[in-house]
Ligand binder design. Structure first.
Ligand code: RNT
Ligand code: ZN
Length: 423
């Protein structure tokens, strides 16, 4: 445990005064911040591998590049790595698990036969840490998804298999919600699409709608499990046509009362993803954010404190949406230390939320309403040089997390002692 640093306390006291002078209550902001859970995606820890050993590649238009040593090979290793990352992330967060991370005790259990028991170790782990969990059916890395088609597959039998997988996963989600006492969000994303000119764009979409309806037919107590649907712009191999794009799922979420998932890497690079929140939330009750960083064709770079992430956090705070939006992460980088990737990505999101909570929002709103756009612009620029770093350091110190690059030293030590010993 790091010893408290007096400079941090002094800098914090001064920072608090600066913020108070513009009408911002720092303690209140920190209290709010520490109550916002971020759902950490298990798949950053092993390059979306999972533990089924199905012998299938990832497929589905997803690609993880890099071969940094030390990736988790078992669920125990993955949990250990998550423990390490979580020890360096302030706040109480959640785990976002994919169905392909089932532990079946060496027995082959196909995706349509998965049960809550296959996730017992994960649930026990989360319970011991007082964490909630979210869940995802896995519509890739499987022989029945090898051609890139699942819920919209032309073959009825294959569609049914994937419907049954979805049904199994909703039951698992409900069991997770029940066991942990906090609602599990089960997010459906499928890869279905075509590489090139598609003449029947309608048929697959009708099939997808029917499959989803069949999968969601049986109601589940919304306190235990909520269903979410996630669209995409394109994937590798589905550049021309994606069955489930945004309009499809927005319509679906509105008409079926589902959670609408917005992955920040799934839009045209010049679109402002944050601006979708107040539009979608005008019609759906809840949104699941998959926070990611798109770079050219890739939608899954490690989240950093970039303008677009700041704007997402600002919209969540300014719009009062924090209790209607579930925040999850979705990135995977195999070219750097995977634990560090979790730490940097999650902390970047938390920093963005803190910056948003420290905005002099009352004053900004007033200026805007009065039409004083000059002052609005000037104040927004001024807030960029406020002593945010002092507040962040204090927050870390209050949670017994080393400040500055201390976290990196700890990750490097973990790499030397644990990760580098993995074959
Ligand atoms: C894919 C989607 C989806 C996946 C995870 C692994 O483009 O973003 O959320 O990243 O299910
Ligand atoms: Zn996503």
């Amino acid at each position: 445990m790091p010893s408290p640093n007096k400079n941090v306390d002094q800098a914090f006291a001064l920072a608090k005064e600066r913020y108070a002078a513009i009408g911002v209550d720092v303690d209140k902001a920190l209290e709010k911040l520490s109550a916002i859970p971020i759902s950490l995606h298990c798949w950053q820890g092993d390059d979306v591998g999972g533990f089924e050993n199905a012998g299938e590649g990832l497929g589905a238009g997803l690609a993880v590049t890099g071969n940094y040593p030390g990736k988790a090979r078992t669920a125990d290793e993955l949990r250990k790595d998550l423990d390490e990352a979580l020890s360096l992330i302030p706040g109480t967060h959640r785990l976002n698990l994919h169905a392909s991370y089932a532990e079946t005790g060496g027995k082959k259990v196909d995706r349509d036969a998965l049960e809550p028991a296959h996730f017992k170790n994960w649930i026990d782990w989360a319970k011991a840490k007082k964490m909630g969990m979210d869940f995802n059916p896995t519509y890739f890395s499987h022989p029945k998804a090898a051609d890139g088609w699942t819920l919209a597959h032309p073959d009825k039998g294959i569609r049914q298999f994937w419907i049954d997988h979805g049904i199994a996963c909703r039951k698992i989600g409900a069991a997770i919600g029940e066991a942990l006492g906090t609602t599990c969000v089960t997010n459906v994303w499928i890869p279905d699409g075509m590489k090139d000119q598609t003449v029947d764009r309608k048929g697959p979409r009708e099939r997808l709608m029917q499959s989803l309806d069949a999968m969601f037919e049986k109601p589940i107590d919304p306190r235990l499990n909520l269903d979410a649907v996630e669209g995409k712009l394109f994937g590798i191999g589905s550049e021309t046509y994606v069955v489930g794009m945004h309009e499809f799922y927005l319509g679906y979420a509105i008409t079926r009362k589902k959670v609408y998932t917005i992955d920040s890497g799934h839009f045209h690079p010049t679109e402002v993803v944050a601006d979708k929140l107040s539009q979608a939330l005008a019609y759906v009750d809840r949104v699941l954010m998959h926070v990611s960083r798109g770079v050219r064709w890739d939608s899954d770079h490690v989240v950093l404190l970039t303008d677009d992430i700041e704007l997402i956090a600002q919209e969540l705070v300014r719009g009062g949406y924090l209790d209607r939006v579930h925040i999850g992460l979705d990135f995977f980088d195999a070219s750097i230390n995977r634990v560090a990737a979790w730490v940097v990505g999650t902390r970047s999101m938390i920093k963005a939320l803190l910056l948003a909570l420290l905005e002099p929002i009352d004053e900004l709103r007033k200026l805007e309403a009065e039409g004083d756009y000059t002052s609005r612009m000037a104040l927004l620029e001024e807030s960029k040089t406020l002593p945010f770093g002092a507040v962040w350091d204090h927050y870390l110190q209050s949670k017994n997390i080393p400040i500055g690059r201390g976290w990196l030293d700890q990750v490097k030590k973990y790499e030397a002692e644990v990760l580098s010993k993995r074959g």
